[in-house]
Design a protein around this ligand. Structure first.
Ligand SMILES: [Ca+2]
Length: 192
């Protein structure tokens, strides 16, 4: 790849990302180059992140979802992500390994970061996910999954929870892991 100019991706971060994501060295270097062009100070803002997310979902509205994704990775709340956090975010939200992905998904749903998720939080995130489904695909959804409220109720019933109950992280991960249909409720991948 001959990426020898200064400002290139450090070996350490490159190795770390190769190990922890599905991306190749070539892809990572290419992304780093465009990342640097877009964010010369090495950090990506929430608005820029939302814009990039928008490119992946041209037929729907991923803005609210992108905002939650950003929040879940911006753990120190400084309003920016560095390149490493940014790549991990893209990786986990697209096709990370299930356990890690579900750990992340839990942090996405735990909007107020108190270590458990309640039904209001689930509805908030599922509504954001729902907005990413293009309208023509929404029409084809099963009757019991075709609104954010129905999806939230379905998930809540699956976990056998009452209105004011909460779900802890371990319970969430093992529960979702066991059920493909519930896994599908909490994510959306655009059709290629
Ligand atoms: Ca919470």
């Amino acid at each position: 790849m001959g990426n020898s100019k200064s400002g290139a991706l450090s070996k350490e971060i490159l190795e770390d990302l190769k190990l922890n994501t599905k991306y190749t060295e070539e892809e990572l270097c290419k992304w780093y180059e465009s990342f640097q062009k877009q964010c010369p100070d090495g950090r990506i803002s929430r608005a820029e992140f939302e814009k990039i997310y928008g490119n992946f979902f041209p037929n729907s509205d991923p803005k609210v979802y992108a905002r939650h994704v950003f929040r879940s990775f911006d753990t120190n709340d400084d309003g920016t992500l560095d390149f490493r956090e940014y790549i991990i975010a893209l990786h986990l939200t697209s096709s990370g390994k299930t356990n890690l992905k579900l750990e992340w998904a839990f942090s996405l749903f735990d909007v107020d970061r108190n270590g458990e998720i309640n039904k209001t939080e689930v509805l908030e995130i599922i509504s954001a996910i729902f907005k990413m489904i293009p309208p023509e695909e929404q029409k084809l959804l099963p009757e019991d999954e075709n609104t954010p409220q129905k999806r939230t109720d379905k998930l809540w019933t699956y976990f056998k929870k009452g209105e004011n109950d909460k779900i802890a992280e371990g319970e969430f991960i093992s529960g979702v892991m066991k059920n493909e249909a519930i896994m599908k409720l909490i994510q959306y991948e655009p059709k290629k």
